[in-house]
Design a protein around this ligand. Structure first.
Ligand code: PLP
Ligand code: COI
Length: 354
């Protein structure tokens, strides 16, 4: 990796807010650390990032982010081990995916040096913000948007890349009930579903609100063409276990190539679990739930980690998943978090020392 030419300048916050944070009761993504990273793209080039106190930013009302939604983000976590060492999990994959998203949204790609040096410099400064309470971590939100202005519907000429941190507890606080969607679509062939574009999430909010009103937490999206096949959930990829086989949908134009998803597939295959990457029809899942061969369903993602689904709803009927003593979800969650928190051998070279 090429280093950034100049050193990242740090403008320190006069006082820290850390004493105001209850690290024993952390919600997800709702308190932010003392500093943030900002990097501007102007005149065809990325400038050297700077670190400033966490604060509001000023944007021109004509900035294209407000009008045309040119905005992408990533989701990562930093973990602290029992010696106080901080680790990231496969961060180069996040950088790669960030640039895949950037390209799709006609945003200039950001060099690996700016992304990795930027967030590791910020992490070293904010090391006390990485929680050590069980199940907690420092959620990292890199994002990039059009700050350049103009009402012409075309890409902006200026962008901001920023990184903020939020010490966070679990994404879901209780049981996870999902609704299999039959009407709305999250993405379509040729669309932006594979990118982490802000607009993909905005488009999910209304159908998700309808599902929440019916008592569910998340929607499981089905393919936009037929609504016959399960794709992914609002903020996570989906796995189903039928008998002893672990199945997940193939990634495509419409589905995010989740880093947790591919790590789970590697871990499962490594221990001899039969895995299948193939289309999963809603009919197959409903029939498996009815005949008892559907053993588990879980979501996988950075924020969600591995979140077992307790119930899925389809066409007005709720199907409860059994409570297993030895579930794949529990075992795989332990294995992946043991690697993330440096509690086990890192056989696949996924840990990244900060
Ligand atoms: N799918 C969607 C739509 C997501 O927002 C996320 C979260 O990042 C995922 C899947 C899981 O991806 P990852 O495991 O890389 O966090
Ligand atoms: C993540 O898992 O990091 C995500 O980006 C999901 C987000 C919508 C909370």
């Amino acid at each position: 990796m090429k280093a950034i030419k100049e050193e990242i300048r740090i403008e320190r916050a006069p006082v820290s807010k850390i004493t105001e944070v209850d690290f024993n009761n952390l919600a997800f993504g709702s308190v932010y650390s003392d500093h943030m990273l900002v990097c501007d793209y102007k005149d065809g080039a990325w400038e050297t990032p700077i670190i400033t106190p966490y604060q509001p930013i000023t944007l021109d009302p004509a900035s294209k982010i407000f009008h045309y939604g040119q905005s992408i983000f990533e989701g990562m976590k930093a973990y602290k081990d029992s010696n106080g060492q901080i680790w990231l999990f496969r961060p180069l994959d996040n950088h790669k995916r960030f640039n895949i998203s950037a390209k799709r949204l006609a945003i200039p790609e950001i060099p690996e040096s700016h992304f990795i040096d930027g967030l590791t410099t910020l992490l070293r400064l904010e090391k006390d913000w990485v929680p050590t309470t069980a199940g907690s971590s420092l959620y990292i939100r890199p994002f990039m948007f059009a700050s350049g202005k103009g009402f012409h519907a075309s890409p902006a000429d200026a962008y901001k890349f920023m990184v903020c941190f939020a010490p966070s507890g679990p994404y879901f606080s209780g049981k996870v009930k999902v609704l299999i969607e039959e009407t709305y679509s999250r993405s379509a062939n040729g669309g932006t579903g594979y990118a982490k574009a802000g607009g993909n999430y905005a488009g999910q909010f209304y159908p998700t609100q309808l599902a929440i009103a019916k008592g569910y937490n998340q929607v499981i999206w089905t393919d936009d063409n037929t609504h016959e096949f399960i794709e992914e959930a609002g903020a996570m990829n989906i796995f189903v276990r039928i008998n002893d086989t672990l199945i997940t949908a193939p990634v495509s134009d419409r589905i995010l190539d989740g880093i947790t998803r591919k790590s789970i597939l590697t871990l499962a295959q490594d221990q001899g679990i039969t895995t299948e990457i193939r289309k999963i029809s809603v009919t197959e899942v409903v029939e498996a739930a009815q005949n008892g061969s559907l053993k588990e369903m879980f979501g996988a993602g950075t924020a969600a980690v591995i979140s077992p689904i307790t119930t899925f709803g389809f066409q007005g009927v709720d199907y409860d998943l059994p409570e297993l003593q030895h579930s794949y979800a529990t075992s795989l969650k332990k294995q992946i978090t043991d690697i993330q928190y440096n509690r086990s051998e890192d056989k696949f070279g996924w840990r990244f020392k900060v």
